[in-house]
Ligand binder design. Structure first.
Ligand code: OTN
Length: 506
């Protein structure tokens, strides 16, 4: 069948195939038009409280990153170098940052952070304002630059490049004087100007100088503004941010309650930081968006030691659940050895860890469920905020309810009873963190709802460890909210690998 359509030019002949395509297009427009009135005038939920910047959201979605403690301590066996080590002590025989990145990528990590200058003051790059650097060593005849090698390798693997630069410096002759703040600023300027984008700047608050030591009054405003000027997208880590906070321990454990908010007024990194419990839990009324980072080493120490013990797979899975599963980012330290390579034992354990996580989270048992809720923003016709948006993996789709609906419920009606032992929930944190308490319920044999778990915060991600159970319906009761919840993911899993220790807390 041929149709003649008259356009500005000569009439065109329209073939059957084109006609069918045109009908499909018209039908699509009609369906879209039919939906419009349902969402017309429905505003998305307003942001609640402080919210993440784009850089903080991108950082949180990295979920796990690799920390690499590397420097003179690798060769001395110390954890805190004296600052008097000869530069020739640093002499990796086969530095291979491409191998570091291959291991990081294989482990599912999204960024690598290196100790560019640890407390001993030795710089892994030819810092022009220090005489204690790779330039003064005989490694690669003084022409080596670890930041160059690593930043190039990160770019090659599509990984974020991050730098740890310790404010505490046991070598710098001007440490303990106001001039040191200017030296440190120049150090930051050089490290942040020549190696491309930096996704995270890491300020360690450790300081071992006692009364006999030289005390330094740090100019944190100067340091943070210097980083922001040179690397505006870098998330700045310290006990009190401003980009992300320390979680308050080096065991990789976020608080069971873990808010991504903290009030930092009057606090500073190190000795003037909030207490460990507050760093772990955050504050529900915190004035700043300040998500937690859980830094923990694969070994007992931070630097490489020949006889180091490697954490077990079970311990790593426990750490994963108590960091990423509690609204924190996991920064796992993997120390390169004296060759300048990640050891084979560490690489094997990291691949085991990734394989276990991929197995545990391979199948979302909620995927085929029918989802209902006690309410939906815009009413049932407006799909934009529909309850079943929690099933898709698109990050920016979510279920929302009216602002006044502060104790909504969401129910997964499974096609058949399934065995599960993990529940994963995510709040859509671009609109803030709202949930302060929730309960997980399943139907019992009489069809009555029975609470099987309770939680407090959710945030970016919360994974609850449940005993093995079967159910054909699961209900989440958001029964304690500071504002109407906005949920972008609910999932169920069966973890046959990790067995929580007796009485291990959620
Ligand atoms: O001896 N320490 O300095 C120490 C012992 C146990 C736990 C932490 C520390 S130092 C601590 O490191 C944190 C990162 O892991 C932060 O940088 C803190 O500011 C710092 O005090």
């Amino acid at each position: 069948m041929n149709l003649l359509i008259h356009t500005a030019g000569a009439p065109k002949r329209l073939r059957l195939r084109d006609g069918a395509r045109l009908c499909g297009l018209v039908l699509g427009v009609m369906v879209a038009a039919a939906m419009l009135p349902a969402c017309t005038g429905v505003q998305p939920p307003a942001a609640y409280g402080p919210c993440p910047t784009a850089a903080q959201l991108a950082w949180q979605r990295m979920e796990t990153n690799m920390f690499c403690h590397f420097g003179p301590n690798t060769f001395s066996g110390l954890e805190w170098g004296e600052g008097t080590e000869p530069e020739d002590l640093f002499n990796p025989t086969d530095l291979d940052c491409v191998q570091w990145c291959a291991v990081a990528q294989g482990a599912g990590m999204k960024g690598v952070i290196i100790t560019a200058k640890h407390h001993d003051g030795f710089c892994l790059w030819p810092n022009p304002v220090s005489s204690h650097t790779v330039r003064e060593s005989s490694w690669r005849d003084g022409k080596g630059d670890v930041l160059r090698d690593l930043s190039d390798a990160c770019r090659q693997y599509g990984l974020g490049f991050g730098v740890y630069i310790s404010p505490w410096d046991r070598h710098a002759p001007d440490y303990g004087t106001p001039h040191y703040n200017l030296t440190f600023r120049q150090t930051l300027e050089d490290a942040l100007s020549h190696y491309g984008p930096v996704f995270e700047q890491w300020f360690d608050g450790a300081n071992g100088e006692g009364p006999e030591g030289r005390r330094q009054q740090y100019d944190w405003t100067l340091f943070n503004t210097t980083v922001a000027a040179l690397q505006p997208h870098a998330v700045i880590f310290s006990d009190v941010g401003p980009g992300c906070r320390w979680v308050g321990n080096e065991q990789g454990r976020g608080g069971v309650t873990c808010w991504s908010r903290l009030s930092t007024q009057g606090f500073a990194p190190g000795a003037e930081a909030p207490g460990a419990a507050v760093l772990g839990s955050g504050q529900s009324d915190g004035q700043c968006w300040l998500p937690a980072e859980a830094d923990v080493s694969l070994h007992d120490g931070w630097f490489y030691h020949p006889q180091q013990q490697t954490k077990s797979l079970q311990r790593l899975l426990s750490i994963y659940y108590s960091s990423v599963g509690r609204n924190a980012l996991l920064l796992l330290n993997v120390p390169p050895d004296r060759r300048g390579r990640i050891t084979e034992a560490d690489s094997v354990r990291l691949m085991e860890f990734r394989r276990a996580l991929d197995t545990i989270f391979a199948c979302d048992l909620a995927q085929e469920s029918r989802v209902t809720a006690s309410g939906q923003l815009g009413g049932g016709g407006c799909r934009r905020y529909a309850a079943d948006n929690v099933l898709d993996t698109a990050y920016h789709t979510y279920w929302a309810v009216a602002d006044t609906h502060l104790q909504p419920t969401l129910t997964l009606h499974l096609r058949e009873a399934v065995a599960f032992n993990r529940v994963m929930l995510q709040e859509y944190i671009p609109l803030g963190q709202r949930v302060a308490h929730f309960a997980v319920q399943v139907t019992d044999t009489n069809g009555a709802w029975r609470t099987v778990a309770q939680g407090t915060t959710i945030g970016y991600k919360r994974i609850l460890l449940l005993p093995d159970m079967r159910a054909d319906a699961v209900r989440i009761c958001f029964d304690g909210c500071l504002a109407a919840p906005v949920i972008n993911r609910v999932a169920l899993y069966y973890d046959a690998i990790y067995r929580p220790e007796e009485g291990e807390r959620q």
